[in-house]
Design a protein around this ligand. Structure first.
Ligand code: MN
Length: 330
């Protein structure tokens, strides 16, 4: 399994890792070195342009070689001048800048050996009724993605949807709209990144969104985390929606997902190294439970469409751990 996570998580609780640190002098290279201390982490994800300021690509390549970490991919971060949108921005020059920046990110991702470039359009959306020509905006996003995917036909480009925040409504905010967008773009190298919190915010059941994306053969990335549905909380995997997480991992196995498992969590008050290790452990424990219980047995439960049998899965998970505890106490 390939595990990756966000670099910015490793900027918190600096005193644990960086001795006598000077906040201003710490660079992406230092944070990658810290990420390398996470047991089980195989990849790191970088944001563009954010993480490429003040550091050369060669310096990044050197620290990756030294730490034995790989780049999972590059994620676009549109800030400042993009307040009114990225691919649907009414200002043509800003829109062109967004497209050019995305193309630069894909090229960097390729140069660094990353697998997927992830696009999250933070500002393409609206806040008020009568504020946006929906069809015009949608067409602009389709056009931009056509140009980007055609420019890099051999590169995987993935769209990460989020229903709202920072805008009241995102233009592309759920699984169905994303699949509609992908269909209209018509490029085989465009897929979808499923962010667990974003799906919860949209009140989607994550495994169902995964099944819909898999049905169209468009699954390109996972952003795993947890939350209380209203906000992008970025909590630890399985901490709130354990059964939905288990179901999501079951479907990942069912569809033979072999892509990157990226933790999009925000350890602000926790040691980010330990937090990431626990996310990896949680994924592996839930994955192992599914194997132990038996994928065929689970498939049978699903085919029976029986809620009582489905709840037995949760009971088994608890009992399984209780048995382990009992054994270790004895
Ligand atoms: Mn995400």
């Amino acid at each position: 399994m390939k595990f990756s996570t966000r670099l910015n998580s490793f900027k918190t609780k600096k005193e644990i890792f960086f001795k006598d640190y000077d906040s201003k002098s710490l660079t992406v290279v230092d944070y990658i070195s810290r990420m390398a201390t996470v047991k089980g982490l195989t990849h790191v994800e970088l944001n563009y342009p954010e993480h490429f300021v003040g550091v050369t690509v060669e310096e990044i390549q050197n620290v990756l070689a030294k730490t034995n970490l790989k780049i999972s991919g590059v994620a676009l971060r549109f800030v400042d001048s993009y307040a009114y949108g990225e691919f649907a921005n009414p200002d043509e020059s800003i829109r062109e800048q967004a497209i050019a920046t995305t193309m630069e990110a894909v090229k960097l991702c390729n140069d660094l050996g990353g697998e997927v470039t992830t696009i999250w359009l933070a500002n393409d959306g609206f806040d008020y009724p009568f504020q946006l020509d929906y069809e015009k905006a949608f067409n602009k996003v389709v056009d931009a993605l056509k140009r980007i995917t055609q420019r890099f036909p051999d590169s995987k480009i993935s769209f990460e949807y989020k229903p709202y925040q920072p805008r009241a409504f995102s233009l592309i905010g759920d699984i169905s709209t994303t699949l509609l967008l992908i269909e209209e773009v018509g490029a085989p190298n465009l897929g979808v990144t499923l962010d667990f919190c974003h799906m919860l915010m949209r009140k989607e059941n994550p495994a169902y969104s995964l099944a819909l994306a898999a049905r169209k053969n468009r699954v390109m990335g996972f952003h795993l985390n947890d939350g209380y549905k209203d906000n992008d909380d970025g909590l630890m995997l399985g901490s709130v929606h354990l059964m939905q997480t288990l179901e999501f991992i079951y479907y990942a196995k069912k569809y033979n997902y072999d892509g990157l498992i990226y933790f999009d969590t925000f350890p602000i008050r926790e040691d980010p190294v330990k937090e990431c290790e626990q996310n990896i452990e949680m994924y592996k424990v839930l994955d192992a439970f599914l194997e132990k219980y038996g994928l065929e047995r689970i498939e049978k439960i699903i085919q029976n469409e029986n809620a009582l049998e489905a709840q037995q899965l949760l009971l088994s998970l608890i009992k399984d751990k209780m048995d382990l505890l009992a054994t270790s106490i004895i």
